[in-house]
Design a binder for this molecule. Structure first.
Ligand code: XBP
Ligand code: MG
Length: 250
């Protein structure tokens, strides 16, 4: 029985971290006259902490402790984050980030089968809107019935709160839903909310520990370019569709 699929956003629907969020943070730092620069490996390390404000704070704790001693440190982080969001939206408007393989195909298949679709993410709502308007513009406007994003719950992933919030909004129990994620933090969040999780590894999460996931794949697969399975009972199938998600849901 599968009523709904709840998707993570960053790394799952699109590879937004390296060329979207990361340069947006760097542009905000520059605008504020800070000499902070998050290169590709450094950003990979910082992704251990979800949420942009939380990530900047964790960076300062480790690399810029003096910044946190400023009386206006909290306000500065909030302003930096608003600026980062503005840069991120501008970057997305350039249309540089495509959907990951199989994303549009799977979502259309779920719609055709009457499966409800939602989002549970730690990213800011404006970022989700930007992604929907650009990368995912070919999906009908009513695709995502509920979008749980950003500070709507105080405890971000790996806490289960965002998944629980989304299921409550949909009036569904975890027993009839499945999550699609790309990160260890996402798996912990979904499993904590009682959901089975399908993982599609992303650039920054290739080596993460996904124990607890129902299946771990390279991507959702397209006909002619199927996924590679690292774990899970996929029995010769090479594209994720409604039938496979029903099986994984159990
Ligand atoms: C990914 C994240 C986010 C973004 C930054 O979340 O960790 O924090 O990197 O977003 P998910 P904000 O994979 O759950 O979508 O700067 O808007 O917080
Ligand atoms: Mg993610």
């Amino acid at each position: 029985m599968l009523d709904a699929v709840i998707f993570d956003v960053d790394g799952t629907l699109a590879e937004t971290e390296r060329d979207g969020h990361r340069p947006a943070f760097n542009a905000a730092f520059k605008e504020f006259g800070l000499d902070w620069e998050w290169d590709v490996p450094m950003y990979g390390e910082l992704l251990a902490v979800t949420g942009g404000k939380e990530r900047m704070r964790a960076y300062c704790q480790k690399y810029r402790p003096a910044f946190l001693e400023r009386a206006d440190a909290d306000a500065m982080i909030a302003e930096l984050h608003k600026t980062k969001t503005r840069h991120y939206v501008k970057l997305m408007e350039q249309g540089i980030i495509p959907p990951r393989p199989g994303v549009l195909r799977l979502i259309n298949d779920l719609r055709a089968n009457g499966v409800r679709i939602a989002i549970a993410t730690t990213t800011t709502p404006e970022n989700v809107d930007a992604l929907l308007a650009t990368t995912l513009k070919d999906l009908p406007g009513d695709t995502f019935e509920v979008i749980g994003a950003g500070d709507i719950v105080p405890a971000k992933k790996p806490a289960p709160d965002i998944y629980t919030w989304v299921m409550e909004k949909m009036g569904l129990a975890p027993a009839t839903c499945i999550a699609v994620e790309d990160s260890r933090n996402g798996v912990r969040s979904a499993v904590g909310a009682g959901l089975p999780v399908l993982v599609t590894k992303s650039t920054y999460t290739l080596d993460e520990d996904f124990s607890g996931a129902a299946a771990v794949l390279s991507d959702l697969g397209e006909p002619g370019a199927g996924f590679t399975a690292f774990s899970g009972s996929v029995n010769g199938v090479t594209v994720v569709d409604t039938i496979l998600l029903r099986k994984l849901r159990g």
